[in-house]
Design a protein around this ligand. Sequence first.
Ligand code: HPA
Length: 281
Amino acid sequence: MAEPSLDDLETPPTAVAELAAAALAERTGVARHDIALTLGSGWGRAAERLGRTVAVVSAEDVPGFSVSGVPGHSGTLTSIELEHGLHALVIGARTHFYEGRGVRRVVHSVRTAAVAGARVMVLTNGAGGIRPHWTPGTPVLIDDHINLTAASPLEGATFVDLTDLYSRRLRAIARRVDPSLDEGVYVQFRGPHYETPAEVAMARTMGGSIVGMSTALEAIAARESGVEVLGMSLITNLAAGIQSTPLSHAEVLAAGKEAEPRLADLLARIVAAIADDLAAA
Ligand code: HPA
């Protein structure tokens, strides 16, 4: 029989997630990963601060994963030992919806993390800010989302509740670590073009305050899998029309680079607090 593939729509995507989780367990020697993190633009340095690196696996060696074509994404999965004997899986291989490879690939890392044992998924990204006081380099907690991709990672009549999708409990833990953290509604556009000023004005009118091209679809898949979500955006730029100058990917990467050491420290402290909480539960 052929190996399950994400391209075969007759095969449930969880079958490929099971293969991926088994490959990860074998290559890392870690049977179970308790917390998974997807590190977006600006968040990449966090991995080295979380704990002891046990293994780094190339995305190509894990079924369903591939090396990202987007500069700023590492193309590896890293297993890290935390306090209390817990383990974190750091996913540096995000597939974006705008790559056009199908929504199954977009959320494969989330489904794999769930099968690998993750109870908490930390989704991070670099994004545009709609609130003018969020200067580039500001980290913001996501407290809800508006999905403007017109897609869903769920297949068939899967009616999943999305109330409190971005866990109130985990946001409270994050704010205990850094009380200055603001919160906002993340609006996912398809991309890869940045938004027009009119689209940003629409997002603001709808109640959005952060614009980006990832995370919402991943969060939905996490909820389906029963994994609690913490979402965080690094504001790399003010959104189109909020800032008067044109947007560029170089600007986004530069803001991410500048913020990386601070974000790494913040995320390491938040993950340690979540691990303390999981260990006590
Ligand atoms: N819009 C969408 N995605 C982004 C932005 C933005 O302004 N900045 C970084 N990612």
